[in-house]
Design a protein around this ligand. Structure first.
Ligand code: EPU
Length: 337
């Protein structure tokens, strides 16, 4: 394990921000991770997974530890289910494609999400009606201060919408090293409730979709709306969709009757932030190299050489305008560093 100095993180974050790590090391096994944590116990550390959910607004004056643990294995199987453990550094989409190639069902709606397996439980990634919490049975994490490994069950993770214990009480205390999923081998639960998936399947004349068909539909939708980070730096949805109390929402809805919304509980509704941002006139706008994507206003993009500060400034401008226009506060979904 070689420690590199003044190391550019541009290839390690999907926004493509050229921030520097004071020191950088990649670890490939839990033993390597343990020894790096022990040897550098007193130093400031910054844990880097796939870099797909962060905005770097400054150089990192710490030892950046890149989690590059690879591998997957079947822990057990029955006629109906399989339990697969994937190491944290596995690329998420490649892992999803591998499960589909084995005809294992459960992850197909989350095809093409950028990032690595290890960070998926942190924000309970989700797309098109499915979240990681629906198939994740456990994950293993190393405690940073004493290097012990601990298993977290699904319930231990306290999942919510883009939320988990790893963003709350356990924040900055653990490094997820592997994740276990329970997937179906037959009688797959096809989830095509999301309107866009239905219309994509209808376009192709598919009535009885397989899990591979659902994955292909999701890939087509994502490619049409969301920019590929290899071509245009971005971090997926920059903001969360705000959840409002119904009573607050109703007052706003009277002023903006065309506002889209979804019920999330008896007392709460979720409003698509992409719609709010589009209505506020930001969709497709560009300010220097920072911009709002033309096909999905929830996604901020780096046209090449934007700094993290420029993207942050744009995000604050959007937040301020949405608040002034609708009286709604939208919160960043990405981690601003
Ligand atoms: N909308 C607009 N204008 C826009 C974007 C969206 O009016 O520019 C409206 C759409 O017409 C639609 C609604 O907003 O009625 C929802 O749009 P979409 O289906 O694109 O989903 P989203 O709510 O904008 C969320 C996730 C995405 C995920 C999709 C599909 C969050 C923060 N984002 O976006 O996740 O792929 O649903 O399930 O929950 C991510 O987290 O990085 C991400 C891409």
């Amino acid at each position: 394990m070689e420690i590199q100095h003044q190391f550019s993180l541009k290839p390690y974050n999907t926004f493509g921000i050229d921030a520097k790590a004071n020191r950088f090391v990649a670890v490939h096994t839990t033993d390597e991770l343990k020894s790096v944590l022990q040897q550098h116990a007193q130093e400031r550390k910054f844990i880097l997974g796939g870099g797909s959910n962060m905005l770097l607004t400054q150089d990192i004056d710490a030892l950046v530890i890149h989690i590059d643990l690879k591998g997957k294995k079947i822990l057990k199987e029955t006629d109906d289910h399989v339990w697969i453990e994937a190491q944290a550094g596995e690329n998420w989409h490649e892992f999803v494609l591998w499960t589909l190639s084995q005809n294992y069902g459960g992850l197909e709606n989350m095809s093409l999400i950028p990032g690595n397996v290890g960070t998926t439980p942190v924000q309970n990634i989700g797309a098109y009606g499915t979240e990681i919490k629906d198939t994740m049975v456990a994950c293993q994490a190393m405690k940073i201060d004493d290097q012990t490994l601990r298993d977290f069950s699904n319930a231990d993770c306290r999942f919510g919408y883009r939320e988990s214990i790893f963003k709350q009480e356990a924040k900055d205390q653990y490094i997820i090293t592997s994740v276990v999923f329970q997937l179906t081998k037959r009688y797959h639960k096809i989830n095509i409730a999301y309107g866009d998936i239905q219309s994509e399947l209808a376009k192709k004349g598919i009535n009885q979709p397989t899990i591979q068909d659902v994955s292909n539909a999701v890939i087509a939708i994502r490619q049409s709306k969301l920019p590929d980070p290899k071509e245009l730096g971005n971090s997926g949805s920059f903001f969360k969709n705000p959840i409002l109390l119904k009573s607050d929402f109703e007052a706003i809805h009277q002023r903006f009757p065309e506002m889209k919304y979804y019920e999330v509980s008896a007392t709460e509704v979720k409003v698509p932030a992409g719609w709010l941002i589009e209505q506020a006139g930001f969709k497709g706008k560009r300010f220097g190299d920072a911009g709002v994507h033309k096909n999905q206003a929830l996604v901020l993009v780096n046209y090449g050489n934007a700094t993290g500060q420029e993207i942050l400034k744009l995000s604050e401008e959007i937040q301020r305008t949405i608040f002034e226009t609708f009286g709604i506060h939208i919160e960043a979904e990405v981690n601003v560093i």
